[in-house]
Design a protein around this ligand. Structure first.
Ligand code: FAD
Length: 211
């Protein structure tokens, strides 16, 4: 089995129901704008979408804090996990400068980048070896997986309505959000634009406020 190292976060729009017209059942931009600016939010709940997300476990930990979505994730109790691990690319900041609550992030030096890649690759390769060893000894998947790090990939379905998604995007496309969850959130945003383009444009015009 080949161990894969990647910096890609996968987001696929699996299904959707409704669009701009479901919010007002009339496609009237003026009315949509009225609803959004007055935070008359429930009409935006009539548009729903399901995404398949493939990302490391440390990203899922943050996504799953958003309780208004429905989730289903691959189970490490019942399936052998894929040997796929996250290694940040050179665009991912590596230096955290300042105090809690007011951190700034800066690019890593070449040496920091090299060390990060080297140490992650070594740790992931070793962990995968331990996992395989335990499985080969007949140890249950739910126990063997305990050796695996949070940089391993998993996948899950996420279903929610447009109101939930816009609130999610407010928090997770923000500059304060974790680099990797921003990557995921921007992909969700791009795909949601194909489902309800006018709503997303109006959301931009309203300073991307929560609903
Ligand atoms: C930059 C950033 C840093 C963070 N840091 C931390 C951290 O250090 N530690 C940590 O534990 N979490 C952290 N979080 C997670 C954060 O506290 C929220 O859990 C997460 O953003 C989900 O937001 P939410 O509750 O609004 O979303 P959802 O759970 O989707 O809820 C949506 C909305 O429904 C309502 N709602 C849902 N459940 C309840 C409830 N039980 N009671 C009242 N209203 C409810 C609220 O209006 C809420 O805004 C961080 C989030 C961000 C964006």
């Amino acid at each position: 089995v080949t161990v894969t190292f990647t910096d890609k976060i996968g987001v696929t729009l699996v299904d959707s129901m409704g669009g701009d017209e479901s919010v007002v059942h009339a496609e009237r931009k003026g009315l949509l704008n009225f609803l959004m600016t007055n935070r008359h939010a429930s009409p935006f709940e009539h548009v729903t979408a399901t995404f398949l997300v493939e990302c490391p476990i440390f990203v899922v930990r943050e996504v799953h804090r958003h309780r208004t979505f429905s989730y289903n994730e691959v189970s490490g109790r019942y399936s052998v996990l894929e040997p796929k691990f996250y290694i940040p690319n050179e665009d991912r900041p590596l230096q955290q400068i300042g105090k809690v609550g007011a951190y700034n992030f800066a690019p890593g030096t070449e040496l920091q980048q090299e060390h990060t890649r080297e140490q992650l690759t070594a740790a992931y390769t070793a962990a995968w070896g331990h996992y395989q060893f335990l499985l080969n000894q007949g140890v249950a998947k739910e126990v063997a997986r305990m050796v695996l790090p949070v940089g391993i990939y998993t996948s899950f379905y996420m279903t929610g309505n447009l109101r939930n998604f816009l609130n999610f995007l407010v928090l997770r496309t923000s500059q304060d959000a974790l680099y990797e969850i921003r990557e995921m959130a921007f992909q969700i945003e791009t795909k949601l634009r194909t489902v309800a383009p006018t709503c997303l444009d109006l959301w931009d015009e309203n300073n991307r406020r929560g609903l």
